[in-house]
Design a protein around this ligand. Structure first.
Ligand code: GLU
Length: 505
């Protein structure tokens, strides 16, 4: 019987959730759903120095916003709890000690100063990086170079030490990545990573392997930036005797900056004016807020759909997928190997598509906050009419206010903008006459209003084209918006007449 599929998203709660992180969640989620598996959220918080208050709750809120809820997590619990590594601290030491006992790991007593001195001495030029590895470990203070008695004395005296993996020399480490195929590493280039820190906390490397094993993870999706850590993890799976249970790995391609090369960073977003985090992130340490897709006015479905396509497609050219379609079409074999360039215009295109395909009734609740924020609380019926008129001009949710504010507030129209070089006595007289007609006009519908305007034009030698733009600017305050008679119908008689009067005097 094949094993039940179990995948995990394992973020470190250190800050905002980058869109690459959300894409990792998404691919995990799609794969789990498609295979009747479980999706686990595990918080990797063993690096206490990087702990940021609120980051964990923020990550969970992002997942909730995206509709990518885990089956097991620190909040919902599950059969492999706890799901926060800091709460699993006691479990890791035993495995580190097992490795020491087997000769696959060792105790290292080097102080920060000693480590720095070694790096300084061995550095050949400013670009070379000196690792703690098979070459350098021999000259350091560790249980490989000290006698058993010396080690015991140091330990008994309470001397701080870390446990490092002993990476073998001259070995080729190979594993098969689901996206990249066979990947080989030269063990001589891999350093003896710390597994257990002086404070007894495991490092990411030990904790990720132990927990993937104990939590019975079958497939592990993570960003390509973790590829260099893979050989250490592989050795740990082997040394701990668990290699048969090692998950299948998929290292996801990077999301690249739109211009140039390299991974898309928060700085690129700031520089080019778009968010890279799923939701606004407030860093309590720096007291700094970084913008998110949600607050910019993205619909979560559009955001998720856009992310699905950043590194994957189903080969058909289709770009808009419902979640159910994504679940049924998603295939690891169709994830690209190369990085995917982020394109903010394309991201907006997705949102526009989603707004257009969302029922107006659903949009009412989504756009109401933007009207409330400006001090307006229109009825559902009014908002529905506005939405129907301006929807096709809206790409982000705040556009509904930008495109529709004039339905609720008279614009600050500068009369000289209307009374420009093309303005003349005839137009002035037309509007004055039409105003008196409008006062008695009973059928306040766009069709009747248009008819009324047209009926009065001929007397002044004017055509419809002569008055449409001036009328639009009077009602809207600019050269945009839906049909001008629709606008007049919705804002009503009094408001329409006031806005005309304000300009023609
Ligand atoms: N804790 C790692 C991170 O912050 C997880 C990497 C992995 O999935 O193995 O991304």
């Amino acid at each position: 019987m094949s094993k039940k599929v179990r995948v995990r998203f394992a973020p470190s709660p250190t800050g905002g959730l980058h869109l690459g992180g959300v894409r990792t969640v998404l691919y995990n989620y799609l794969f789990a759903r498609a295979n009747g598996g479980d999706f686990v959220l595990r918080i990797e918080d063993t690096d206490q120095t990087r702990f940021v208050p609120g980051a964990e709750e923020y990550i969970m809120d992002c997942l909730k916003w995206c509709g990518l809820n885990p089956d097991e997590s620190p909040v919902v619990g599950g059969p492999y709890a706890p799901y926060r590594q800091s709460e699993r601290k006691a479990m890791y030491r035993e495995y580190a000690m097992q490795l020491v006992g087997q000769g696959n790991a060792y105790l290292a007593f080097d102080t920060t100063e000693e480590l720095e001195e070694m790096r300084r001495e061995l550095k050949v030029d400013e670009h070379s990086s000196v690792q703690y590895d098979h070459r350098t470990r021999k000259r350091m203070r560790n249980s490989l170079t000290l006698s058993a008695d010396e080690v015991n004395d140091l330990v008994n005296a309470g001397t701080p030490y870390v446990i490092r993996i002993k990476v073998p020399e001259n070995q080729t480490i190979v594993f098969t990545d689901m996206i990249r195929g066979n990947i080989t590493f030269d063990s001589n280039l891999v350093d003896d990573k710390v597994l257990l820190k002086a404070d007894g906390m495991p490092t990411y490397h030990l904790a990720v392997v132990v927990d993937d094993y104990l939590m019975k993870i079958t497939h592990a999706f993570r960003g390509e930036e973790w590829l260099p850590s893979a050989p250490v993890h592989l050795l740990l799976w082997e040394y701990l005797g668990w290699i048969a249970d090692m998950p299948q790995w998929a290292h996801l391609p990077l999301i690249l900056k739109p211009d140039g090369n390299g991974k898309l960073s928060k700085r690129d977003g700031d520089r080019l004016g778009f968010p890279v985090f799923a939701m606004n992130w407030h860093d309590p340490n720096k007291n700094e807020t970084t913008g998110g897709f949600r607050e910019m006015g993205f619909m979560p479905q559009a955001f998720v759909n856009m992310l699905a396509l950043l590194g994957w497609n189903d080969g058909s050219g289709q770009e808009i997928f419902s979640m159910d379609e994504l679940i049924s079409r998603f295939q690891i074999s169709r994830i690209h190997k190369g990085g995917a360039k982020f394109d903010f215009e394309k991201a907006k295109w997705f949102n526009n598509q989603y707004i257009q395909q969302t029922a107006d009734e659903t949009l009412v609740a989504l756009v109401r906050p933007y009207f409330l924020e400006k001090g307006h609380n229109p009825s559902d019926a009014m908002l529905l009419k506005v939405i129907a008129l301006i929807k096709d001009r809206c790409t982000l949710l705040p556009d509904f206010w930008a495109q529709g504010s004039f339905f609720f507030e008279a614009p600050e129209t500068d009369p000289t903008v209307v009374k420009d070089a093309k303005w003349n006595e005839n137009k002035q007289m037309f509007f004055e006459t039409w105003l008196t007609k409008l006062n008695e006009h009973a059928d306040w519908t766009d069709i009747a209003l248009e008819q009324s305007a047209t009926d009065n034009l001929a007397a002044f030698g004017l055509k419809k084209g002569d008055i449409m733009l001036p009328l639009r600017i009077m009602l809207v305050g600019g050269k945009f918006g839906p049909g001008v008679f629709h606008i007049a119908e919705l804002i009503g008689k009094e408001e329409t007449m006031n806005r005309i009067k304000k300009v023609i005097g």
